[in-house]
Design a protein around this ligand. Structure first.
Ligand code: R7I
Ligand code: MG
Ligand code: MG
Ligand code: MG
Length: 340
């Protein structure tokens, strides 16, 4: 492809939507358990013979609903992230389509933002969970447009904007860090960083978090498990890395899926690299739409639109908007870089 950036941006937006739509029907459908690869293969075979007139469309969920508002907000304000604009967009999106499967607690934030006309876009999130803030993965699942917007900028800028986008709904440190880790992962995928450097950079960022080194409830602990599993090609990490709605128990799982699927997986040998990433992510079970979407954003960014099978475009809702947004962001990023 002549335009590598467009390939990667389209892949990223598409990958996130597809992971969300494909993972959606399986969200907590096996309790908290993982799915065997055979189940994923069976599920994905249906999509090969999909006929939209007969089979309808797999709907996107809150993950995509929020990600697209983040993208639209950046496309509107163009040079920066405006938290009030973003908060208003989240609220309007939620009121238009409340049935997208939002997290149980985050809807309170939307109601409070609505009542206060988003005067303090960060206020309501701070009141969540007795003022501890939410540690859900809702800030991480929507953050990939920030990584695209910050393409070519410093890591500091990226992490600051990820933080600013996260705190509108998630003020717990684990929720914010989850968004920063996902933003950094997508940003490196857009840059085509190879897996060895990618993991080293992630570990370095995690080390910079001032966490208790002995705690099992930290990102550092998760990445240590991941590093060992990647060295031994162990695929069965749903229990060790987690598959829940907490950012801590899902963001590392998505990153692992992206890295692990760069090498062949015997039982998924018929799938393309993009597809086997999403399959591995969904096989974690539990919060499958979100783990699938986060892994899909990374894989799409890394492999590009070319690796996304065309048949999925007829299966999933929202793909054409995703492509348009990606193209808008490519143009915007080029303009911003030129004017610097
Ligand atoms: O994080 P959030 O937007 O939810 C995203 C998830 C994704 O899987 C979507 O696909 C959708 O299904 O929901 O929404 P929140 O409501 O902020 O957090 C999600 C859930 O995490 C909450 O409903 C709680 O169960 C849990 N949670 C917490 N529990 C205790 N203490 C989040 N933060 C806390 C906490 O501080
Ligand atoms: Mg969802
Ligand atoms: Mg590049
Ligand atoms: Mg989910």
């Amino acid at each position: 492809c002549e335009d590598e950036l467009q390939e990667r941006f389209r892949g990223c937006m598409l990958g996130a939507v597809l992971g969300d739509c494909l993972g959606g029907p399986l969200e907590f459908k096996n309790g908290n358990n993982s799915f065997p690869f055979s189940r994923l293969k069976r599920e994905f075979r249906l999509y090969d013979a999909w006929e939209p007139e007969r089979d309808g469309v797999l709907e996107f969920t809150d993950d995509t609903a929020m990600a697209r508002q983040l993208a639209y907000s950046l496309l509107e304000t163009r040079t920066h992230l405006d938290p009030r604009n973003l908060a208003r967009r989240f609220v309007d999106e939620y009121h238009r389509e409340q049935g997208r499967g939002y997290g149980e607690a985050v809807t309170e934030v939307f109601e409070k933002l609505h009542k206060s006309d988003c005067r303090d876009p960060y206020g309501p999130a701070k009141e969540q969970f007795k003022t501890e803030g939410s540690f859900g993965n809702g800030a991480a699942m929507r953050v990939h447009p920030v990584a695209m917007f910050c393409h070519g900028r410093s890591r500091t800028e990226l992490l600051e904007m990820a933080d600013a986008s996260a705190r509108i709904t998630h003020s717990h440190q684990l929720g914010v860090r989850g968004a920063q880790l996902q933003a950094y992962a997508v940003s490196m995928a857009l840059d085509g960083v190879d897996s060895k450097a990618f993991l080293a950079n992630m570990l370095e960022l995690v080390e910079s978090f001032s966490e208790d080194p002995k705690s099992k409830h930290t990102y550092r602990y998760k990445f240590e498990i991941m590093r060992k599993a990647l060295a031994t090609k162990n695929d069965d990490l749903a229990i060790a890395l987690g598959n829940g709605v907490a950012a801590l128990h899902s963001v590392p799982s998505a990153i692992f899926s992206f890295l692990r699927a760069q090498s062949p997986i015997e039982q998924l040998r018929d799938s393309s690299r993009f597809v086997r990433t999403v399959q591995l992510a969904i096989s974690f079970g539990g919060d499958t739409d979100t783990i699938g979407s986060m892994a899909g954003a990374m894989a799409g960014a890394y492999y590009g639109e070319v690796d996304v099978p065309e048949n999925f475009l007829d299966v999933c809702e929202g793909v054409y908007d995703a492509i348009k947004q990606a193209d808008g962001l490519v143009k915007l990023v080029r303009e911003n870089l030129d004017s610097d």
